[in-house]
Design a protein around this ligand. Structure first.
Ligand code: ADP
Length: 457
């Protein structure tokens, strides 16, 4: 495990294989009968304790996260709080898994609907949010009565292992929450072919999501897939430009642009496009790039060399097609002891629609801007992608908020809001961004089966 900012070793972590993943699934299967039959109130209290411990250890967890992933400490602290909020929410939901009775069509029948835990639930999680992507899966799964196996991204195992330790400290019974680290392919195969695993929740690339979906066919394993995004950010001429710029910075440059809901392309109505671009460039240039553990830093390194190479390729491609550099567009030299993965927050103006930055997920601190003339044109450009995770619009026109929010083919819309994610709301995409919802009451359904009991009396 190397620090992406310095390549200094952070820790040694077991490189597990298929057998370890199978062992974890076996342990979860053994723990399942006792966990599912535990009163919901007890599960709720254990989850609450788990949440409280995550909050108590916030500083330690945040420092671990910054070291293994690179994001600034302030963002890591924010993520730990966000991660705890999913456990808190799930703790409340544990006691609200209600069934139903349905009126029957004959006098001698009663129809009951029960909601029961699916079984062992596995979480395969990415490196960009090493804590929150885990708790928003295992929170509702444990609340529903499932036991869990977590396979974190190979790049960020430490936060995951720390969370596993806190779950044990909170008093979750052995086998209830298992964390395994190691080789993604063999471990993923072992999880998807294990007979006790009835659900896999995955967050990661669309490519890996598709591969998992094909493998899930083998045992008809239920899936939730939260995959790539290519979020449009629409700014209309009547928008509050201060709010639009603040929203743009929040969504674009958080985690150095390495989030699946971060705005990937900016579409601005012609009359204000120049001014918006200029203001965004000013705000982006003011962000402090540095080592994530230093207080006040707002932009750390990109996670690895491949991430940097993609960013450089997208910027070079846009410039070669006629885009103009408004700010950034270069690496930041941090001096001796640091890697060369630091990249200046970048704004590109006049970007043609066929540039790579406008077609593919960049996953880096690059904001490409182009103008539009009409709402119809803006919507056509916004929806012209196979992705459908998040979209943003800024306008003061209330009717337009309704019209555009309804017409955007996305699972999440931020209306005058650059940071829509929160524990009580449904998070997830449409089209090739995946299916299933995380957060709020919706998350519970992903870990529950509906059983219908027809009762003759
Ligand atoms: P990214 O690394 O961009 O987040 P990936 O889709 O490569 O996206 O990885 C997301 C998660 O999926 C990680 O935990 C990774 O280890 C895991 N993963 C990658 N390839 C496979 C695979 N073939 N089978 C199962 N899990 C995989």
């Amino acid at each position: 495990m190397l620090d992406p900012a310095t390549d200094a070793p952070v820790a040694r972590v077991p490189r597990g294989g298929a057998a370890d993943a199978r062992d974890a699934c076996d342990a979860a299967a053994r723990a399942f009968p006792a966990w599912r039959s535990r009163p919901a109130r007890e599960r709720a209290l254990l989850l609450r304790r788990f949440a409280d411990l995550v909050t108590e250890r916030r500083e330690d967890l945040a420092r671990t996260m910054t070291r293994e992933q690179g994001k600034p400490l302030s963002e890591s602290r924010g993520e730990v709080a966000y991660a705890a909020s999913f456990l808190e929410w799930a703790s409340g939901e544990a006691e609200r898994v209600y069934g139903e009775t349905v009126p029957a069509s004959t006098a001698d029948r009663r129809i009951l609907v029960l909601r029961q835990p699916v079984g062992v639930a596995a979480a395969i999680t990415p490196w960009n949010f090493p804590a929150a992507m885990i708790t928003r899966k295992v929170g509702p799964a444990l609340a529903a009565g499932c036991t869990c196996v977590v396979k974190p991204a190979s790049r960020t195992p430490l936060t995951a292992l720390a969370l596993g330790g806190l779950a044990m400290e909170a008093g979750l019974p052995p086998g209830t929450l298992n964390v395994v680290t190691g080789e993604a392919g063999p471990m993923g195969d072992a999880i998807l072919s294990h007979p006790a695993v009835r659900k896999v929740s995955f967050t990661g690339s669309t490519e890996t999501g598709k591969a998992l979906m094909a493998r899930a066919a083998g045992r008809v394993t239920r899936l939730s897939l939260e995959l790539g995004g290519h979020a449009p950010f629409l700014v209309f001429a009547d928008a509050d430009l201060d709010a639009a710029v603040a929203g743009a910075v929040a969504t674009k440059f958080r985690n150095m642009g390495q989030t699946c809901i971060c705005a990937n392309r900016f579409l601005c109505e012609e009359p204000i496009c120049g001014e918006f671009t200029e203001r965004l460039a000013r705000a982006a240039s003011a962000l402090r790039v540095g080592y994530g553990l230093d207080e006040g830093v707002e932009q750390g390194p990109l996670v690895d060399d491949a991430a940097l190479a993609k960013v450089e390729d997208h910027v070079a491609d846009a410039l070669s097609r006629g885009a103009r550099l408004a700010c950034g567009g270069r690496r930041v030299d941090m001096g001796p002891g640091f890697t060369r993965r630091f990249y200046a927050p970048t704004v590109l103006a006049d970007v043609p629609a066929d540039a790579k930055v406008f077609r593919e997920e960049t996953f880096g601190p690059v904001a490409p801007v182009r103008s539009f003339r009409t709402e119809e044109e803006a919507l056509a450009l916004a929806n012209d992608t196979e992705y459908g995770l998040a979209a943003y619009l800024f306008t003061r026109d209330v009717a337009r908020v309704w019209r555009v929010a309804e017409a955007l083919e996305y699972g999440i819309v931020g209306a005058n809001d650059g940071a829509p994610s929160t524990a009580q709301a449904p998070f997830g995409g449409v089209k090739e961004s995946g299916f299933g919802r995380e957060g709020g009451k919706y998350a519970m359904d992903e870990y529950l089966s509906v059983k219908f009991v027809s009762w003759r009396i």
